[in-house]
Design a protein around this ligand. Structure first.
Ligand code: 5GP
Ligand code: MN
Length: 342
């Protein structure tokens, strides 16, 4: 792995030493990497003698609640006043696993206005220019892996214990789909080997994350694959859609649809998948691809979104049906790209 510039590391070192009220912030709908990297950094700062606050914009799935430090996370949606005051008071704000204040859905304005020094630690492409110090690198599997490299570069590797290790491993495992994608860099396995040396139980982490679903979630998945999946063989594409009513019928809980978007990629010939989930305000969309098809550009151009090449997301403010129609109509424009994308 290419070294992180020494001047940035020195600046970060100084910031950490001086920080009186550090705050760690993740993106909206935080995933395993957002929570994993944020809590790992939280435990690291505690070891440096700090008392950081970890903030998420909204709640996150129950399968992440086992993580060490989960009880310390302050959810903005349920603690508006506390979080806004903390953002105002913070002297250093660490933005983890997101590249644009937009991704905090609702905290954007307060983050931009906050007077604290902003440090971005993230692996998404094209960060917007809101941070004073940026650790923005796309060649890491996950923000968690980048956090490991940062702590290593700060010469604090010996502070990484199994608690920090569990958090970091969770981020790496979830952002690579258990080493399925974004995981071809040897450094990822170097970090994993170091974490396993610390005695983390990787199997237990896998069970906690992936074998912890409700019956409702399993039945919703079955229903989606049986009834709600559309295949477009000509375009090597598949979609799944879920309406508000269907979510209600299956007692939908946050996180229940996690991973659904990946299933159609297991069908022979499918290289591009999308899932459309209706909510009160809009239709939330996730995109995935195999190979060269840039889902982030597609999300950016048509669905107010972005992300990584093979995993991205966006929104539509039309009805679910209109959104699906719009998507179906776009496919012919991408026919040759989708045909050549493997
Ligand atoms: P997911 O589909 O799991 O929600 O998100 C996958 C990836 O897509 C995330 O890591 C994030 O980079 C990106 N992403 C998801 N939704 C959005 C969005 O609305 N806007 C942008 N810019 N990126 C998104
Ligand atoms: Mn991530």
């Amino acid at each position: 792995m290419i070294a992180i510039p020494e001047k940035d590391i020195n600046k970060l070192k100084e910031l950490i030493v001086q920080a009186k009220k550090p705050l760690i912030l993740t993106h909206y709908n935080p995933d395993g990497d957002a929570i994993g990297s944020a809590l790992a950094f939280y435990h690291y700062l505690i070891k440096k003698g700090k008392e950081p606050m970890v903030v998420t914009p909204n709640d996150y799935p129950e399968f992440l609640h086992w993580m060490p430090g989960n009880d310390k996370v302050v959810v903005y949606k349920r603690n508006n006043g506390t979080v806004l005051n903390a953002l105002k008071d913070a002297d250093v704000i660490f933005a983890l696993d997101f590249n644009d204040p937009d991704r905090t859905n609702g905290l954007e304005k307060y983050l931009k206005e906050a007077s604290g020094i902003k440090v971005l630690i993230d692996h998404h492409p094209d960060p917007s220019n809101f941070a004073d110090l940026m650790f923005s690198y796309t060649n890491y599997s996950s923000t968690a892996e980048l956090v490991y490299h940062i702590i290593e570069s700060l010469k604090d590797t010996e502070l990484i214990d199994s608690v920090i290790g569990e958090c970091l491993y969770t981020g790496i495992m979830t952002d690579t789909g258990s080493f399925n994608y974004n995981s071809s860099n040897p450094y990822t396995y170097y970090v994993v080997s170091k974490l396993i040396e610390l005695g983390i139980n990787k199997d237990k982490i896998y069970w906690n994350i992936y074998d912890n679903y409700s019956e409702d979630r399993m039945r919703l998945l079955g229903y989606c694959l049986f009834k709600k999946m559309e295949i477009f063989p000509e375009y090597h594409t598949a979609l799944i859609s879920i309406s508000k009513k269907e979510l209600k019928d299956f007692n939908f809980a946050p996180g229940d649809s996690e991973g659904f978007v990946n299933y159609p990629l297991s069908i022979k010939g499918i290289r591009f998948t999308a899932i459309f989930i209706e909510n009160d305000k809009n239709v939330k969309i996730s995109f995935r691809s195999k190979g060269e098809f840039p889902t982030n550009k597609f999300a950016e151009e048509h669905f107010n979104g972005g992300g990584h090449k093979n995993a991205s997301g966006g929104y539509s403010y039309s009805s679910l049906e209109d959104t699906l129609d719009n998507f179906r109509k776009l496919l012919p424009n991408y026919k040759s790209l989708l045909n050549d994308s493997l």
